[in-house]
Design a protein around this ligand. Structure first.
Ligand code: NDP
Ligand code: 8X3
Length: 253
């Protein structure tokens, strides 16, 4: 294979999906993961029929350590030469204060955004270290820079992504492995629909009166980071809609 290999977690929707579309057109073969198998298969068929890209799909729940490790370790040897790991799979569940939030929502966010990211990174980094090459891009959030009311645990998980990435950057420095984080503001994907447990009306209200970022905006940012020369690393990139100045300040019309 003379294409590079990128592993994208959470490629069935939103940012991960758009990143798969863009990297397929930019000389990457892709390992795509997610729980929704049918979506993975449809995306694989779409990409293989529209580009030279080879696709491997892995269908597992990133919250489950044994399943995550088994799926990743099942990758054929030639696919283990992963150049790029995009830690994207994640969610917000609920929007409520600590005294009344649903504890299961907390478990889901911590297990996905923090523990799932760690299980994946723990499995893939030894392969990168062996080759003394690689680039890990993790999707943090404006919620990893600020904390807002009713978002304590989501904000906590995204602060954790930022903190873990900072330490990883130092740990992986001797091996020439780049570590980057992207912290987006509001991106219109399935994110709010998931946060509000399928309530489409509440989800749509999040993006009322302003133009949010799109999954494609973040995919293009990922490609920008990946296409810097070997001596350049983008450590951390904060990207916001023009109409958003903080986690809570929007210019809505
Ligand atoms: P989407 O809901 O559109 O996509 C989330 C992706 O994560 C899906 O492919 C989903 O796949 C996957 N995923 C979620 N839970 C699991 C799980 N347990 N196991 C495996 N895969 C899982 O949201 P976004 O594209 O917006 O979110 C991508 C990342 O960007 C997240 O980490 C999010 O926190 C972050 N982010 C989003 C922002 C936004 O405003 N949208 C802003 C800042 C950061 P499936 O359901 O098929 O398993
Ligand atoms: C998603 C953006 O502001 O809802 O990470 O936390 S926000």
């Amino acid at each position: 294979m003379n294409r590079k290999i990128a592993l994208i977690t959470g490629a069935t929707a939103g940012i991960g999906y758009e990143t798969a579309l863009l990297l397929a057109q930019n000389n990457y073969n892709l390992i795509l993961t997610g729980r929704r198998k049918e979506r993975l298969e449809t995306l694989k068929a779409k990409l293989e029929s529209s580009s030279e890209c080879q696709i491997l799909t892995l269908n597992f729940d990133i919250r489950i350590k044994a399943d995550t490790e088994a799926a990743l370790n099942s990758i054929p040897e030639e696919w283990k030469a992963i150049d790029v790991l995009i830690n994207n799979a994640g969610l917000a569940a609920g929007l409520a204060p600590v005294n009344s939030a649903d504890v299961q929502d907390w478990e889901d966010m911590i297990d996905t955004n923090v523990k799932g990211l760690l299980y994946t990174t723990r499995t893939v980094t030894p392969w990168m270290i062996e080759r003394k090459s690689g680039h890990i891009i993790s999707i943090s959030s404006i919620a990893g820079k600020e904390s807002y009311p009713n978002g304590s645990v989501y904000c906590g998980t995204k602060h954790a992504v930022a903190a873990i990435s900072k330490a990883m950057r130092i740990e992986l420095l001797p091996f020439g492995i780049k570590v980057s984080t992207i912290a987006p503001g509001a991106v219109e994907t399935e994110f709010s629909l998931v946060r509000f447990h399928g309530d489409q009306e509440k989800a749509s209200q999040v993006y009322n009166g302003f133009t949010p970022l799109s999954g494609k905006d973040i995919a293009e940012t990922i490609l920008f980071i990946l296409s810097r020369p070997a001596h350049v690393n983008i450590d951390d990139l904060l990207i916001m809609p023009t109409s958003q100045a903080s986690a809570r300040d929007f210019n809505r019309k």
